[in-house]
Design a binder for this molecule. Sequence first.
Ligand code: PHE
Length: 455
Amino acid sequence: MQAKGAHPSFTSRLAFIIVTAGSAIGLGNIWGFTYVAGANGGGGFVLIYLLALAFVAGPAFMAELLIGRMGKASPPNAMKTLREGAKARLPWQGVAWMGLVSTILVLSFYAVIAGQGMYYGLVALQGGFEGWAEDAVVGLDASFRDAPLMMAFWSAAFMAATAAIVSFDIRTGLEGAGKVLMPILFLMLIGLVVYAGQIGDMSSAVDFLFGFHDMQFGPRLFLDAVGQAFFTLGVGVGGIMTYGSYMGDDVNMPRATFWILAADLFVALAAGLAIFPLVFASGVDAAAGPGLVFMTLPLIFSDLPGGAFVAFAFFLLLTFAAVTSSISLLSPTVARLEEAGFRRGPSAAVMAFTVVVVSLLTIMSFADWRDFYPLAAIGLDGMTPFALIREGVSNIVMPFSGLAYCVIIGWALKRGDVRAALPMKEGGLFTLWYGVMRFVAPAAIAALFIGAMLG
Ligand code: PHE
């Protein structure tokens, strides 16, 4: 039990690691990583992605956790407390509020994609996909995207599940969901990799992901790799900050971060090793784009032994991964509403409803607004509202907030306070870490922005 009125915390170190890894591991690892790696030709992209994780997104992730741990409140109030302590003049809370708006924007497309995953799981459960031809699979995706009401229904179903979990206190809801869903997710994923190794073309997949073949290191690849690194860790919108505030005092943050990053990386690579062997064995194009998991996998499952069952397992996996992330996206606004005196249940319900309303932008982008480019006049031609939301958050808001977090930890707060909060001993390792936080990560993010502007 916790003292009433005290800021809540997870029950143990392991619980913190599991729940935070659950936030990091999501659609980004399975749906996102595979299609972006596929579209960028594999090996070289994976290398840049690893470097971006280690030196840019990883440090920003630690900075966000640390702000949560030191501020012990919802993102706007955590930022406010730290800003007052540092006597800084810049409006740090602005970064936090931008993050809260972004959580709703991310959820608005996350719910639609996860909803499609749930729907496909149901189709698989009914014995679907078995013996389907290509036009049937493509047709299913097309008919789903042509039916706004259907998409809205599944998005709402997904958000209802998310809100139900978040409405409990954090130990019952967030922690309970993570402890149940994450082990199942790992087991299913390992099972799928073994299955893909037996049925598919594993050596081509390994060569594609880790081999060095003729690659194009253009600005697009860098932007995609860094954006993917930020999105997959979920840095820059306040979800991680909120979980950082629930971190027990006994958690060794550097060590916990190591395990969370390792788990996130493991799931992305394992998803690649589960999906690409099947892709290569079937002759489907690895560069098929965002539809990779919806348009190609059912086709592959359709003529595999036990395909319907494997398809069901895969889409269930996708849904579980999505839920443990969406609860971290709904948590910051709910935490802020709680501070304003509202109860968790109604707060979660209201925010989930808001998400469903905003998700109509993505739903319409997939349906009647396929050719509607609202910002074409300022040069963003060809981008639907969905594309603007997805790329605006991953490629602009997240790196910008990451930059702000690193500068706050590296420059605005006192070195001794930061070291004590980690906690880390004074010495070579801390000096190295602090140097990355002060110089390497901010410089890399700034270079990315300048590069993107010039490109
Ligand atoms: N990291 C999650 C994923 O890879 C998405 C996410 C973004 C989670 C922002 C929390 C905050 O799917």
